[in-house]
Design a protein around this ligand. Structure first.
Ligand code: HEC
Ligand code: HEC
Length: 495
């Protein structure tokens, strides 16, 4: 075999051209691939930080581009009640550019952010008008007006200002260092994708437009679930289309294993309650980060509420007088005390006829939904098997009782003093959303309309779903003499 000299040279030349070409084409391609295929969440070693800011995987599905999120309050300022997302009750800690309850992930070439569990399960407490707010992780998000937030997002992305021309310069003014690719391709595309994504999601959640305002601290849990399952909302019975519920506390989950919980006691399985909750964070079965959920589960298994005595004094002697009153009237249903949850009826459901509280939330969870909840994780070990239709509301343990206010499943009774009053003596309207605590009546201050530049929400118990009746009568302590009620309240401060 012979090869002529020029041919060998030609082949060498060819090879080199290929190598150079490969470098010229491949390196940028790899760069691009690295940029656009990275899928990495910001992570936190500390479990509480993970709960507050960690990802459950949902940003891949619903995540807003971080920089667009940052400029929205300015772009659509007229659709917010005040300054920034804090004006719909989101909480910012010093040194953080995202509110508590929001996680960040590098995905599809940009940073994307979305809500996590903490947005609905964290709030603040102040002792006085001038007090610095203390963050309490695991209580209901009493200041967050989720409906106002959803409506803001919907209005803003469908507004004529929501265009790359308006948004990209604002992003640069806000301090982002955008390259040419970002400025002319990535962000313009992101604007369009976000408009379609948010409009699509909020289109599914359209039932909120026919509901009375939730106000801060509440969401319609199971109609949101129906919407995400793409139920034909318009064809549902009207009496199941309203199920607004107060955000609950989520401490001590390990001790609550086997109890029928959620407000109507529709699920007695801790892991399923946690996993079901992750739908609210955008984490669908395909995208969910099970390890991240497992870390939250490990945390809320043993997390405990902050003691009342860290904030205010307790009269130990008076509390001691309240103990027998509690044990006689309440312990059977709500547990021996704030740490020992034993009791014959704890974690069981009281029929609606007996508890006689507002029926809407109970009716919103239908037998069909209980069955449908078996489908999202079908064929996997995670399949939900513990959802049941019930016919009343659950007897929950009362750990952190003082932070559960406003009380009852719909948050219709502002203080414990009011809950221990006969239903016709409870306030008909009150202001919700204040984080200043009233240590006498045990609840959040609810008789002022504005404070420190914030305006609260007028909760009207005459609106459908907002009823403040029930949990009334001798068995529920509402006919006790005032002296015994005050002793009982003092004792309940130790929970
Ligand atoms: C959109 C707000 C929202 C988000 C986000 C959210 N939750 Fe909840 N969570 C609720 C509401 C409301 C309930 C009460 C549901 C009901 O019975 O109607 C609840 C109930 C629970 C319960 C049961 C509490 C009990 O004792 O009955 C647990 C546990 C829980 N959530 C954990 C989580 C975890 C873990 C996450 C994140 C993966 C999460 N939640 C995300 C609003 C939220
Ligand atoms: C027969 C069982 C039963 C008895 C007795 C009972 N409760 Fe309840 N309690 C319930 C049920 C069920 C609910 C939930 C009702 C709802 O949200 O619609 C509830 C709700 C509450 C709540 C609101 C919890 C929250 O997170 O909003 C408080 C506080 C409470 N009870 C305190 C008491 C006290 C104090 C007593 C004794 C004087 C008492 N209960 C007696 C069954 C009982």
């Amino acid at each position: 075999m012979t090869t002529s000299q020029p041919e060998t040279k030609k082949r060498h030349w060819c090879r080199w051209t290929l190598v150079v070409l490969a470098l010229v084409v491949l390196v940028p391609l790899l760069n691009l691939a690295q940029r656009f295929m990275t899928d990495e969440a910001v992570t936190y070693a500390d479990p509480v930080e993970h709960f507050k800011y960690g990802s459950t995987g949902g940003e891949r599905n619903l995540g807003f581009p971080y920089w667009i999120w940052r400029v929205l309050p300015e772009l659509c300022a007229d659709y917010l009640p005040g300054d920034g997302f804090a004006s719909v009750g989101m909480i910012y800690e010093p040194g953080h550019d995202l509110p508590v309850g929001m996680s960040k992930r590098r995905h599809m070439g940009i940073d994307r952010v979305f809500l996590n569990c903490a947005v609905c399960h964290t709030s603040t407490v102040r002792r006085s008008v001038d007090d610095e707010p203390t963050l309490v992780v695991g209580m209901g998000a009493n200041t967050l007006d989720l409906m106002a937030f959803q409506k803001f997002m919907h209005q803003c992305v469908t507004d004529r200002r929501f265009t790359p021309n308006q948004i990209v310069p604002r992003i640069e003014a806000a301090g982002a260092d955008l390259g040419l690719l970002d400025r002319y391709l990535v962000y313009p595309l992101a604007v369009h994708l976000m408009r379609d994504g948010v409009a699509g999601l909020l289109g599914r959640l359209r039932f909120i437009h026919i509901q009375p305002d939730w106000g801060p601290g509440r969401v319609d849990t199971f109609n949101s679930a129906k919407a995400l399952f793409n139920y034909p909302i318009e064809r549902l019975r009207t009496d199941e289309l309203l199920g607004t519920a107060d955000f609950p506390t989520i401490w001590n989950q390990a001790k609550k294993h086997g109890m029928q919980l959620h407000w109507d006691g529709n699920n007695d399985h801790v892991e399923e309650r946690n996993l079901n909750a992750s739908f609210g964070t955008g984490a669908t079965p395909r995208l969910i980060d099970h390890d991240a959920i497992a870390r939250i589960q490990a945390w809320n298994a043993t997390a405990t509420p902050p003691p009342f005595s860290d904030f205010f004094d307790i009269d130990a002697q008076l509390a001691e007088q309240g103990r027998p009153v509690y044990e006689r009237y309440c312990a059977d249903c709500h547990g021996k005390n704030g740490e020992d949850f034993s009791g014959a009826q704890v974690g069981k459901v009281v029929p609606l006829e007996a508890i006689a509280t507002d029926p809407f939330r109970l009716r919103s969870f239908t037998p069909e939904l209980a069955v449908n909840l078996g489908t999202p994780y079908a064929g996997t070990p995670y399949r939900f098997q513990h959802f049941r239709k019930t016919f009343g509301y659950a007897n929950a343990p009362m750990d952190g009782l003082w932070l559960r206010a406003p009380f009852l499943h719909n948050g219709s009774v502002p203080t414990l003093w009011d809950l221990l009053s006969p239903a016709d003596k409870r306030p008909v309207t009150f202001w919700r959303g204040n984080d200043r605590y009233d240590p006498v009546r045990l609840g959040f201050v609810n008789d002022v309309e504005t404070e420190n530049g914030r305006r609260f929400f007028l909760y009207d118990t005459r609106v459908p779903g907002n009823g403040n009746f029930g949990h009334d009568g001798e068995r529920y302590g509402t006919s006790l003499p005032d002296t015994q009620k005050l002793a009982l309240i003092e004792y309940l401060k130790t929970f």
